[in-house]
Design a protein around this ligand. Structure first.
Ligand code: FAD
Ligand code: SF4
Length: 343
């Protein structure tokens, strides 16, 4: 690993003044001064250090965000919305009583991710912004399309962990498990730009598929800092559930995960459903067919089964990952029943 300079930012203004580049732009830049002089932000450092150890990134300076108190808080806003600072760890998310009570699927998604040690260091902001796990992307020997090369090695290669939807020139799956639940809850992200301008973007629009941009997974601009994730106040009757399936019963990214958010009326009928699949597509995949199949219905085994089949309609698995389709169908069915309290 190459040596680098270190800055510990005491507050947001200092971090913004440091003038960071995004990791995606730095990795896509041709070798030269832009890549060698890059200033990169660090949260928990888990993904960043991986990229550096893998020889994929060699920043000139690292700016540590961990000393900025305002990024580490969870606070209820007037009206009941929840503001989660970007530096809140996955362990805090999993254990927070308010999140467990109101946004159960998020607590489950965070609590099931990685290992206890990683969850105590990994932050929500870093989790959403981590780069993909595709093994060709992570190998310095493969100059694939996402790194500015000409081809996607996964299409003809080892694609068992890749996408079954939306593979437009690149078949990554989005690596963040928390994002699956956050999209189901219609969360937004707050971003502050180099000159202090704040913008709020729906997470679903912030995360970019390869048909929009092949070399970056999100719309983070150079110099921008993700400061918070915002969750809307839950409506009465909202219940949620997250389920993941790993290849082994061990700490690793899931091969499939599902978040379901149901808004149930007093009569037990579903007013509105959010059904989102993780590890299925380059962005968390909103299963609109399943959401429509649930709307207006009472939740029971048969409804859940039909919705699960609708969720997977239109899947386009690759040569080695068709096994994901029945795995997802089972997870969607069980997550719907779980959200309805019938698991
Ligand atoms: C064995 C193992 C198993 C794992 N399993 C899972 C899993 O099941 N599910 C899952 O979701 N993840 C999993 N992970 C990934 C892990 O959760 C992420 O690497 C971690 O969440 C990244 O967070 P961080 O705070 O360490 O980010 P960092 O590595 O510090 O940052 C990640 C990226 O975000 C940028 N960044 C960070 N914070 C900000 C900010 N506030 N504003 C702007 N840019 C920022 C950094 O520049 C960097 O590019 C696993 C990791 C390992 C090693
Ligand atoms: S799936 Fe994407 S990241 Fe992986 S080899 Fe293909 S282009 Fe590269």
């Amino acid at each position: 690993m190459k040596g680098f300079a270190w800055t510990s930012a005491p507050d947001l203004a200092a971090a913004l003044r440091a003038g960071s580049a995004t990791v995606a732009a730095t990795m896509a830049a041709a070798p030269g001064p832009a890549a060698a002089n890059a200033v990169i932000l660090k949260a928990g450092g888990i993904d960043l250090l991986d990229l550096m150890k893998e020889g994929l990134l060699a920043p000139q300076r690292i700016v540590n965000l961990r000393g900025i108190p305002e990024l580490g808080r969870i606070a209820e806003e007037p009206g009941g919305a929840l503001r989660i600072g970007a530096m809140v760890t996955l362990a805090q998310l999993a254990g927070d009583p308010l999140i467990r009570a109101r946004y159960g699927a998020l607590a489950q998604a965070a609590g099931g991710s990685a290992s206890p040690q990683i969850r105590h260091v990994a932050t929500l902001g870093g989790n959403l912004l981590q780069r993909p796990r595709c093994w060709y992307f992570r190998s310095i020997h493969h100059d694939c399309a996402r790194k500015g090369g000409r081809q996607c090695f996964a299409f003809m290669g080892e694609n068992q962990y890749h996408a079954i939807f939306g593979q437009y020139g690149c078949a990554i799956v989005h690596p963040s498990t928390a994002a699956t639940a956050l999209v189901a809850f219609d969360a937004s992200v707050e971003l502050v730009g180099a000159r202090g301008a704040r913008r709020t973007v729906a997470l679903e629009n912030f995360l970019l598929g390869p048909e929009v941009d092949l070399q970056r997974e999100n719309a983070l601009a150079p110099g921008e800092i993700l400061t918070a994730v915002l969750l809307p106040a839950p409506k009465p009757g909202v219940r949620s559930f997250h389920l993941r399936q790993g290849e082994l019963d061990s700490f690793d990214w899931p091969i499939a995960d599902v978040a379901v958010v149901l808004e149930l009326g007093r009569d037990g009928a579903c007013r509105r459903a959010g059904v989102v699949l993780g590890a299925a597509a380059p962005v968390p995949y909103r299963a609109r067919g399943a959401e429509s199949a649930l709307a207006g219905q009472r939740i029971a085994e048969g409804t859940a089964r039909s919705a699960a089949i609708a969720a997977l309609a239109g899947a386009t698995p690759l040569a080695k990952n068709a096994y994901k389709v029945p795995v997802f169908e089972a997870l969607v069915r069980r997550a719907i029943l779980g959200a309805a309290g019938q698991a």
